[in-house]
Design a protein around this ligand. Structure first.
Ligand SMILES: NC(=O)c1ccc[n+]([C@@H]2O[C@H](COP(=O)([O-])OP(=O)(O)OC[C@H]3O[C@@H](n4cnc5c(N)ncnc54)[C@H](OP(=O)(O)O)[C@@H]3O)[C@@H](O)[C@H]2O)c1
Length: 270
């Protein structure tokens, strides 16, 4: 399979729909190339109103699709696999699973041992082509990594990892969006307490966060290199930073990521 022409996204919720929107926004796909599914009719109709083909029928949705994207919750995936297992064509289709905690052998065991499976862990910034997506495949399925990389590069950046690291990728990259958003909220709340209206404080915090991330991205530098440029001796930045560290700022972020990692590993099993 040289290119992906048609995609079926089973589960058009937050992530599935964000992925579809991001692909269209990239200009590489038209809405009619992406079919999404949901169980509830009113949700199907809302997706159709955006121009995407949508249906409640997972088996119908995968007909003619090159890539079958699983984007339901871990506890919903077995039902979806049941729906498609008699329709899936192992010679012409492959599965991309976005589902935290579900492995390629779980999917093959349920669906068909011969179906190629790529595990992908994006985040919700996929809707604006700014996802960090980690990709993994095992054995012969590794040949589907290139085509998956091409697909996800249209909606952000990609890194190929070992499948065993996928739980950690969930914590750092998927949950990570929320962790950084909470940091931005905290900065804006601090800004309000020192005198800015909340909408101004939020606007400032968002642009400061964007600038900080871009410094690292464009300079390919380490955070401490950029921090050194902001901290003058006996200055206000180092005083603020040290107080945050005394209060456990870095420790709280690290502990949160470790807990999210522990929890992500149990999502499908429980
Ligand atoms: N959100 C994130 O940041 C993120 C990041 C990376 C990976 N993921 C993974 O992406 C998956 C989806 O997460 P989400 O946040 O998008 O959850 P979500 O918003 O609940 O989306 C799941 C969707 O699946 C639909 N659905 C459930 N059973 C279905 C079935 N049998 N057939 C067709 N559609 C069905 C649901 O719609 P109906 O109720 O209308 O059926 C729902 O809209 C999860 O496994 C998660 O681990 C999420």
């Amino acid at each position: 399979m040289a290119t992906i022409n048609k995609i079926a996204i089973l589960g058009g919720g937050n992530m599935g729909l964000a992925f579809a929107r991001g692909l269209v926004k990239s200009g590489k796909f038209k809405p009619e190339q992406i079919t999404l599914t949901r169980r509830m009719l009113r949700n199907v109709e809302a997706i159709q109103a955006e121009g995407f083909p949508a249906t409640r029928d997972n088996a119908e949705a995968i007909v003619g699709a090159d890539a079958i994207v699983l984007a339901v919750l871990p506890q919903q995936v077995n039902n979806v696999l049941d729906d498609i297992k008699n329709t899936v064509d192992v010679s012409s289709q492959f599965v991309i699973s976005l589902i935290s905690g579900v492995t390629s052998s779980d999917i093959k065991g349920y669906l068909n041992a011969k179906i190629p499976v790529v595990i992908a862990m994006p985040n919700t910034a996929i809707a604006i082509q700014q996802s960090m997506t980690c990709l993994a495949a095992t054995n012969n399925d590794k040949k589907y990594i290139d085509i998956s990389t091409e697909l996800f590069n249209t909606v952000g950046e990609t890194v190929t990892i070992d499948e065993g690291q996928m739980t950690a990728a969930t914590a750092l990259c998927a949950c990570g969006v929320a962790f950084f958003l909470r940091s931005i909220r905290a900065a804006s709340q601090g800004g309000t307490e020192i005198g800015f209206h909340s909408h101004d404080a939020l606007k400032m915090a968002v642009q400061v966060a964007r600038g900080a991330a871009e410094l690292l991205h464009q300079h390919n530098s380490h955070p401490e290199d950029e921090i050194d440029k902001v901290t003058s001796p006996k200055g206000c930045t180092i005083a603020g930073l040290n107080e945050m560290e005394h209060q456990g700022f870095s420790s709280a972020m690290i502990k949160g990521i470790i807990l999210a990692n522990d929890k992500a590993g149990t999502l499908y099993k429980n």
